[in-house]
Design a binder for this molecule. Sequence first.
Ligand SMILES: *[C@@H]1O[C@H](CO)[C@@H](O)[C@H](O)[C@H]1NC(C)=O
Ligand SMILES: *[C@@H]1O[C@H](CO)[C@@H](O)[C@H](O)[C@H]1NC(C)=O
Ligand SMILES: [Zn+2]
Length: 239
Amino acid sequence: MAPQYSFLLFTLLTTISLSFHGTSGVKYVVINEAPTHGGGIRFEKEIGGAAFTTKLMGQVNEFIWKLYKQNSPAERRAVDTVTVYIKDFDGGEAVTWGGDKINVSAIYLRDYKGPKDLKWEFTSLMHHEMTHVFQWTGEWTCPIPVVEGFADYTILRAHYYLETAAQPGQGDKWDQGYDFTARFLEYCDTLVPDFTTKFNNMMRKTYQVSYFQNLTGKPVEQLWKDYKAKYAGKKAVEG
Ligand SMILES: *[C@@H]1O[C@H](CO)[C@@H](O)[C@H](O)[C@H]1NC(C)=O
Ligand SMILES: *[C@@H]1O[C@H](CO)[C@@H](O)[C@H](O)[C@H]1NC(C)=O
Ligand SMILES: [Zn+2]
């Protein structure tokens, strides 16, 4: 009995996991591989651990399908299970890999300091990473910074966007990535309703930069010039 007991104890200390079947049919699994690490402890105490995260994943998943107007399974990426690992690794906040798995850095969770609380920050991060699971990338013909722009666009639309992130009109080029590209996509939405949603869904098989022209009638370079011009006056006032 003793060896069995210590094995159980060992298991409890090395991973804490939970799975949850959403109403969507997708299964959400959370594995905290670092429960004794400072980040793994904060994940349990401040974020709410696997119980909170599996529910959050379901909500974010529904939000993404709604935002990108993917109402039926035929319009969605076929995903059976999304797994989140809380893991002790150095190299950024999180990485989405294998199409349906997200590794969140325990170091990042441990060291995170404001301006929002950790639960807010984690919720924002999950909008970004879950977008990587469900977005179209033209089978990876879409440039990575643009892929990242779509992931940050989801954060923007979910209102989990930091005030310190890019504001409308900021950036040097449209495909700078992340928050800069997200703001540019948001601008394109003002020209063509659901521009970003349509663009995402056009990328199911291939990406073409000319999709900007398909949707708006203007090439992306012209759109970027128009975008910068629109906010140039406002910036001058601020400066
Ligand atoms: C993510 O974590 C899992 C579980 O520890 C590991 O097997 C995998 O190699 C990691 N992937 C990346 C890209 O770091
Ligand atoms: C975009 O427009 C071009 C030129 O009119 C057309 O050939 C192409 O099929 C369009 N692509 C999409 C995805 O609508
Ligand atoms: Zn990303």
